[in-house]
Design a binder for this molecule. Sequence first.
Ligand code: C5P
Length: 330
Amino acid sequence: PVTATATATAPVSAIAPVTATAPGKINVGLRVGPAREDGYHSLASLFLAVSLEETVTLSGRPTTHPRLLLDAASDARLGLAGVPLDGRNLAARAVNAVADAAGEPVAPGSDEATLTLRKLVPIAGGMGGGSADAAAALVAANAWFGSPVPEERLAEMAATLGADVPFALAGGAAAGLGVGDRLSPVEAGAPLHWVLVPSERGLSTPEVFARLDELRAARGETAPEPQAVDEDLIDALRRADPRALAPLLHNDLQEAALDLAPELADALAAGREEGALAGIVSGSGPTLAFLADDAEAAALLARRLADRGYGRATAVHGPVPGARLRAESA
Ligand code: C5P
Protein backbone atom coordinates (compact mmCIF):
# COMPACT_ATOMS: atom_id res chain seq x y z
CA PRO A 1 0.00 0.00 0.00
CA VAL A 2 1.24 3.48 -0.90
CA THR A 3 0.53 6.16 1.66
CA ALA A 4 -0.26 9.73 0.84
CA THR A 5 3.17 10.88 1.96
CA ALA A 6 5.17 8.19 0.18
CA THR A 7 7.27 9.31 -2.73
CA ALA A 8 6.82 5.93 -4.34
CA THR A 9 9.01 5.41 -7.36
CA ALA A 10 8.68 1.66 -7.95
CA PRO A 11 5.77 -0.52 -6.82
CA VAL A 12 8.03 -2.76 -4.73
CA SER A 13 11.18 -0.91 -3.84
CA ALA A 14 13.99 -2.08 -1.61
CA ILE A 15 13.68 -1.00 2.00
CA ALA A 16 16.48 -0.20 4.42
CA PRO A 17 18.44 -3.31 5.38
CA VAL A 18 17.40 -4.96 8.66
CA THR A 19 20.07 -6.40 10.97
CA ALA A 20 19.52 -8.64 13.99
CA THR A 21 21.89 -10.40 16.38
CA ALA A 22 21.52 -13.50 18.56
CA PRO A 23 23.89 -15.02 21.11
CA GLY A 24 25.62 -18.38 21.27
CA LYS A 25 25.01 -20.41 24.43
CA ILE A 26 26.79 -22.67 26.80
CA ASN A 27 25.13 -25.31 28.95
CA VAL A 28 26.12 -24.72 32.56
CA GLY A 29 24.43 -28.00 33.42
CA LEU A 30 23.11 -30.64 31.06
CA ARG A 31 21.43 -33.91 32.00
CA VAL A 32 20.37 -36.19 29.17
CA GLY A 33 17.67 -38.85 29.44
CA PRO A 34 17.20 -41.95 27.27
CA ALA A 35 16.54 -41.66 23.53
CA ARG A 36 12.87 -41.16 22.69
CA GLU A 37 11.04 -42.76 19.79
CA ASP A 38 11.49 -39.65 17.63
CA GLY A 39 15.28 -39.87 18.07
CA TYR A 40 15.49 -36.87 20.38
CA HIS A 41 16.51 -37.06 24.03
CA SER A 42 14.72 -35.40 26.90
CA LEU A 43 16.97 -32.96 28.71
CA ALA A 44 17.31 -30.86 31.80
CA SER A 45 19.58 -28.00 30.83
CA LEU A 46 20.67 -24.74 32.36
CA PHE A 47 21.37 -22.48 29.37
CA LEU A 48 23.45 -19.33 29.50
CA ALA A 49 23.61 -16.91 26.57
CA VAL A 50 27.15 -15.52 26.14
CA SER A 51 28.71 -12.51 24.45
CA LEU A 52 29.70 -14.27 21.25
CA GLU A 53 27.05 -13.34 18.73
CA GLU A 54 25.79 -14.12 15.28
CA THR A 55 24.60 -11.26 13.08
CA VAL A 56 22.19 -11.55 10.15
CA THR A 57 21.21 -8.84 7.69
CA LEU A 58 18.28 -8.86 5.28
CA SER A 59 18.53 -6.46 2.39
CA GLY A 60 16.82 -5.83 -0.92
CA ARG A 61 13.15 -6.26 -1.69
CA PRO A 62 10.96 -7.89 0.95
CA THR A 63 8.76 -9.43 -1.73
CA THR A 64 11.43 -12.00 -2.56
CA HIS A 65 12.87 -14.96 -0.67
CA PRO A 66 16.46 -13.88 -0.06
CA ARG A 67 19.56 -15.65 -1.24
CA LEU A 68 21.94 -16.67 1.52
CA LEU A 69 25.48 -15.32 1.77
CA LEU A 70 28.29 -15.53 4.30
CA ASP A 71 29.87 -12.15 4.87
CA ALA A 72 33.45 -11.77 3.67
CA ALA A 73 35.00 -12.03 7.14
CA SER A 74 33.15 -15.25 8.03
CA ASP A 75 33.87 -16.62 4.59
CA ALA A 76 37.59 -15.97 4.96
CA ARG A 77 37.64 -17.48 8.44
CA LEU A 78 35.37 -20.46 7.94
CA GLY A 79 35.17 -21.12 4.23
CA LEU A 80 31.91 -22.53 3.04
CA ALA A 81 32.59 -25.94 4.59
CA GLY A 82 29.95 -26.98 7.06
CA VAL A 83 27.57 -24.09 6.42
CA PRO A 84 24.91 -25.04 3.89
CA LEU A 85 23.85 -21.93 1.99
CA ASP A 86 20.65 -23.40 0.65
CA GLY A 87 17.20 -24.22 1.98
CA ARG A 88 18.68 -26.55 4.60
CA ASN A 89 20.20 -23.61 6.44
CA LEU A 90 18.19 -22.91 9.59
CA ALA A 91 18.33 -19.14 9.00
CA ALA A 92 16.86 -19.57 5.51
CA ARG A 93 14.14 -21.79 6.96
CA ALA A 94 13.39 -19.13 9.58
CA VAL A 95 12.96 -16.46 6.88
CA ASN A 96 10.75 -18.78 4.85
CA ALA A 97 8.55 -19.48 7.88
CA VAL A 98 8.00 -15.75 8.47
CA ALA A 99 7.42 -15.14 4.75
CA ASP A 100 4.75 -17.85 4.76
CA ALA A 101 3.11 -16.28 7.80
CA ALA A 102 3.02 -12.94 5.98
CA GLY A 103 0.25 -14.49 3.89
CA GLU A 104 1.26 -12.67 0.74
CA PRO A 105 3.05 -14.63 -1.95
CA VAL A 106 6.79 -14.09 -1.77
CA ALA A 107 8.68 -14.75 -4.99
CA PRO A 108 11.40 -17.42 -5.11
CA GLY A 109 14.95 -16.35 -4.32
CA SER A 110 16.67 -14.03 -6.75
CA ASP A 111 19.46 -11.50 -6.70
CA GLU A 112 16.99 -8.90 -5.48
CA ALA A 113 17.22 -9.88 -1.83
CA THR A 114 19.97 -11.33 0.33
CA LEU A 115 20.31 -12.75 3.80
CA THR A 116 23.89 -12.27 4.99
CA LEU A 117 25.28 -14.24 7.93
CA ARG A 118 28.17 -12.92 9.97
CA LYS A 119 29.25 -15.84 12.12
CA LEU A 120 31.36 -15.60 15.28
CA VAL A 121 30.03 -18.65 17.14
CA PRO A 122 32.08 -21.77 16.31
CA ILE A 123 30.44 -23.98 13.68
CA ALA A 124 29.38 -27.43 14.91
CA GLY A 125 30.86 -26.30 18.22
CA GLY A 126 28.13 -27.16 20.72
CA MET A 127 27.23 -23.49 21.21
CA GLY A 128 24.04 -23.33 19.18
CA GLY A 129 25.45 -21.09 16.43
CA GLY A 130 23.05 -22.35 13.77
CA SER A 131 20.18 -21.92 16.23
CA ALA A 132 21.33 -18.34 16.91
CA ASP A 133 21.35 -17.66 13.16
CA ALA A 134 17.76 -18.91 13.01
CA ALA A 135 16.64 -16.83 16.00
CA ALA A 136 18.24 -13.67 14.59
CA ALA A 137 16.73 -14.43 11.17
CA LEU A 138 13.25 -14.79 12.73
CA VAL A 139 13.52 -11.36 14.34
CA ALA A 140 15.04 -9.71 11.25
CA ALA A 141 12.52 -11.29 8.87
CA ASN A 142 9.60 -10.27 11.05
CA ALA A 143 10.73 -6.64 10.88
CA TRP A 144 11.54 -6.89 7.17
CA PHE A 145 8.17 -8.33 6.15
CA GLY A 146 6.28 -5.76 8.26
CA SER A 147 5.70 -7.73 11.50
CA PRO A 148 3.32 -10.48 10.28
CA VAL A 149 4.10 -12.66 13.32
CA PRO A 150 3.07 -11.64 16.87
CA GLU A 151 5.91 -12.00 19.38
CA GLU A 152 4.43 -15.02 21.19
CA ARG A 153 4.10 -16.85 17.87
CA LEU A 154 7.81 -16.26 17.15
CA ALA A 155 8.73 -18.54 20.08
CA GLU A 156 6.46 -21.30 18.68
CA MET A 157 8.05 -20.91 15.27
CA ALA A 158 11.47 -21.10 16.90
CA ALA A 159 10.60 -24.47 18.47
CA THR A 160 9.61 -25.91 15.06
CA LEU A 161 13.04 -24.93 13.65
CA GLY A 162 15.24 -26.67 16.23
CA ALA A 163 15.57 -27.60 19.89
CA ASP A 164 17.95 -24.71 20.75
CA VAL A 165 16.27 -21.94 18.74
CA PRO A 166 13.77 -20.89 21.45
CA PHE A 167 16.63 -20.23 23.86
CA ALA A 168 18.62 -18.22 21.31
CA LEU A 169 15.48 -16.11 20.83
CA ALA A 170 14.95 -15.64 24.57
CA GLY A 171 18.59 -15.25 25.68
CA GLY A 172 19.61 -14.54 29.27
CA ALA A 173 19.70 -17.69 31.37
CA ALA A 174 17.01 -20.35 31.47
CA ALA A 175 16.26 -23.83 32.71
CA GLY A 176 15.14 -25.96 29.78
CA LEU A 177 13.13 -29.20 29.83
CA GLY A 178 11.58 -31.26 27.05
CA VAL A 179 14.17 -31.31 24.27
CA GLY A 180 15.47 -28.03 25.69
CA ASP A 181 12.60 -25.99 24.31
CA ARG A 182 10.41 -25.72 27.45
CA LEU A 183 12.12 -22.75 29.05
CA SER A 184 11.86 -21.09 32.45
CA PRO A 185 13.90 -17.90 32.71
CA VAL A 186 16.46 -17.62 35.50
CA GLU A 187 17.52 -14.16 36.66
CA ALA A 188 21.28 -14.10 37.12
CA GLY A 189 22.46 -11.52 39.63
CA ALA A 190 25.48 -10.36 37.61
CA PRO A 191 27.47 -11.51 34.59
CA LEU A 192 29.73 -14.52 34.92
CA HIS A 193 33.06 -14.62 33.10
CA TRP A 194 34.23 -17.52 30.98
CA VAL A 195 36.92 -18.45 28.50
CA LEU A 196 35.80 -20.38 25.46
CA VAL A 197 38.22 -22.64 23.63
CA PRO A 198 36.86 -23.63 20.20
CA SER A 199 38.32 -26.62 18.37
CA GLU A 200 39.81 -26.88 14.93
CA ARG A 201 37.16 -29.43 14.06
CA GLY A 202 33.44 -29.70 14.73
CA LEU A 203 31.42 -32.53 16.26
CA SER A 204 28.06 -33.65 14.90
CA THR A 205 25.36 -33.23 17.56
CA PRO A 206 23.43 -36.40 16.55
CA GLU A 207 26.70 -38.39 16.66
CA VAL A 208 27.51 -37.18 20.16
CA PHE A 209 24.04 -38.08 21.44
CA ALA A 210 24.30 -41.49 19.73
CA ARG A 211 27.73 -42.14 21.28
CA LEU A 212 26.32 -41.37 24.73
CA ASP A 213 23.56 -43.94 24.09
CA GLU A 214 26.22 -46.50 23.08
CA LEU A 215 28.45 -45.82 26.09
CA ARG A 216 25.47 -46.16 28.40
CA ALA A 217 24.26 -49.36 26.70
CA ALA A 218 27.75 -50.88 26.98
CA ARG A 219 27.58 -50.28 30.74
CA GLY A 220 24.07 -51.72 30.91
CA GLU A 221 22.92 -48.36 32.20
CA THR A 222 19.46 -46.87 31.71
CA ALA A 223 19.45 -43.11 32.14
CA PRO A 224 16.63 -41.71 34.26
CA GLU A 225 14.26 -39.15 32.73
CA PRO A 226 15.62 -35.78 33.80
CA GLN A 227 12.90 -34.06 35.81
CA ALA A 228 14.36 -30.67 36.67
CA VAL A 229 17.54 -28.64 36.66
CA ASP A 230 19.39 -28.90 39.99
CA GLU A 231 18.26 -26.17 42.38
CA ASP A 232 21.83 -25.67 43.67
CA LEU A 233 23.00 -24.89 40.19
CA ILE A 234 20.19 -22.41 39.56
CA ASP A 235 20.86 -20.83 42.93
CA ALA A 236 24.58 -20.38 42.23
CA LEU A 237 23.75 -18.74 38.90
CA ARG A 238 21.17 -16.46 40.53
CA ARG A 239 23.78 -15.36 43.03
CA ALA A 240 26.36 -15.08 40.20
CA ASP A 241 28.80 -16.83 42.52
CA PRO A 242 31.52 -18.45 40.38
CA ARG A 243 33.10 -20.28 43.32
CA ALA A 244 29.75 -21.90 44.19
CA LEU A 245 28.98 -22.63 40.54
CA ALA A 246 32.35 -24.17 39.64
CA PRO A 247 31.93 -27.57 41.36
CA LEU A 248 28.34 -27.87 40.11
CA LEU A 249 29.03 -27.56 36.36
CA HIS A 250 28.11 -30.83 34.66
CA ASN A 251 27.39 -32.17 31.21
CA ASP A 252 26.21 -35.73 30.48
CA LEU A 253 27.40 -35.33 26.87
CA GLN A 254 30.98 -34.64 27.96
CA GLU A 255 32.09 -38.28 28.08
CA ALA A 256 30.71 -38.88 24.58
CA ALA A 257 32.40 -35.74 23.22
CA LEU A 258 35.71 -36.78 24.85
CA ASP A 259 35.33 -40.26 23.41
CA LEU A 260 34.92 -38.81 19.90
CA ALA A 261 37.56 -36.07 20.37
CA PRO A 262 40.10 -37.41 22.94
CA GLU A 263 42.37 -34.36 22.50
CA LEU A 264 39.81 -32.34 24.47
CA ALA A 265 41.06 -33.98 27.68
CA ASP A 266 44.44 -32.18 27.29
CA ALA A 267 42.72 -28.86 26.68
CA LEU A 268 40.51 -29.33 29.75
CA ALA A 269 43.60 -30.08 31.84
CA ALA A 270 45.42 -27.04 30.41
CA GLY A 271 42.57 -24.73 31.38
CA ARG A 272 42.56 -25.99 34.96
CA GLU A 273 46.37 -25.72 35.18
CA GLU A 274 46.20 -22.13 33.97
CA GLY A 275 43.78 -21.10 36.70
CA ALA A 276 40.22 -21.86 35.56
CA LEU A 277 37.83 -22.53 38.44
CA ALA A 278 36.34 -25.35 36.36
CA GLY A 279 36.08 -26.41 32.74
CA ILE A 280 33.39 -28.20 30.83
CA VAL A 281 32.45 -29.26 27.31
CA SER A 282 29.74 -26.93 26.01
CA GLY A 283 26.64 -28.84 24.86
CA SER A 284 27.65 -31.54 22.40
CA GLY A 285 31.12 -29.97 22.08
CA PRO A 286 33.83 -29.67 21.10
CA THR A 287 33.99 -26.06 22.37
CA LEU A 288 35.21 -25.92 25.98
CA ALA A 289 33.97 -23.37 28.51
CA PHE A 290 36.16 -22.43 31.48
CA LEU A 291 34.76 -20.48 34.41
CA ALA A 292 36.81 -17.61 35.87
CA ASP A 293 36.42 -15.43 38.97
CA ASP A 294 35.94 -12.16 37.09
CA ALA A 295 36.66 -10.34 33.83
CA GLU A 296 40.33 -9.81 34.69
CA ALA A 297 40.86 -13.47 35.53
CA ALA A 298 39.12 -14.50 32.31
CA ALA A 299 41.33 -12.19 30.21
CA LEU A 300 44.45 -13.57 31.90
CA LEU A 301 43.31 -17.17 31.41
CA ALA A 302 42.60 -16.53 27.71
CA ARG A 303 46.13 -15.12 27.28
CA ARG A 304 47.72 -18.04 29.09
CA LEU A 305 45.78 -20.57 27.03
CA ALA A 306 46.78 -18.76 23.84
CA ASP A 307 50.42 -18.99 24.97
CA ARG A 308 49.94 -22.74 25.35
CA GLY A 309 48.81 -23.04 21.77
CA TYR A 310 45.06 -22.58 22.17
CA GLY A 311 45.14 -19.48 20.02
CA ARG A 312 41.39 -19.21 19.62
CA ALA A 313 40.72 -18.92 23.38
CA THR A 314 38.24 -16.05 23.92
CA ALA A 315 37.01 -14.36 27.09
CA VAL A 316 33.22 -13.88 27.16
CA HIS A 317 30.52 -13.10 29.70
CA GLY A 318 26.92 -14.11 30.19
CA PRO A 319 24.03 -13.76 30.51
CA VAL A 320 23.40 -11.46 27.54
CA PRO A 321 20.06 -10.68 25.85
CA GLY A 322 18.49 -12.91 23.18
CA ALA A 323 17.79 -12.19 19.53
CA ARG A 324 17.16 -8.52 18.85
CA LEU A 325 17.15 -5.93 16.11
CA ARG A 326 20.19 -3.71 15.85
CA ALA A 327 19.20 -0.09 16.04
CA GLU A 328 21.30 1.12 13.14
CA SER A 329 20.78 -0.32 9.67
CA ALA A 330 23.51 -2.49 8.20
O1 C5P B 1 17.03 -29.79 17.08
P1 C5P B 1 18.42 -29.82 16.52
O2 C5P B 1 18.43 -29.81 15.03
O3 C5P B 1 19.31 -28.80 17.12
O4 C5P B 1 19.04 -31.24 16.95
C1 C5P B 1 20.05 -31.86 16.21
C2 C5P B 1 20.12 -33.35 16.58
O5 C5P B 1 20.64 -33.51 17.89
C3 C5P B 1 18.82 -34.09 16.58
O6 C5P B 1 18.50 -34.58 15.29
C4 C5P B 1 19.09 -35.24 17.57
O7 C5P B 1 19.79 -36.28 16.94
C5 C5P B 1 20.01 -34.58 18.56
N1 C5P B 1 19.27 -34.07 19.72
C6 C5P B 1 18.77 -34.98 20.63
N2 C5P B 1 18.06 -34.51 21.71
C7 C5P B 1 17.88 -33.18 21.90
C8 C5P B 1 18.41 -32.24 21.00
C9 C5P B 1 19.09 -32.72 19.90
O8 C5P B 1 18.92 -36.19 20.48
N3 C5P B 1 17.20 -32.77 22.96
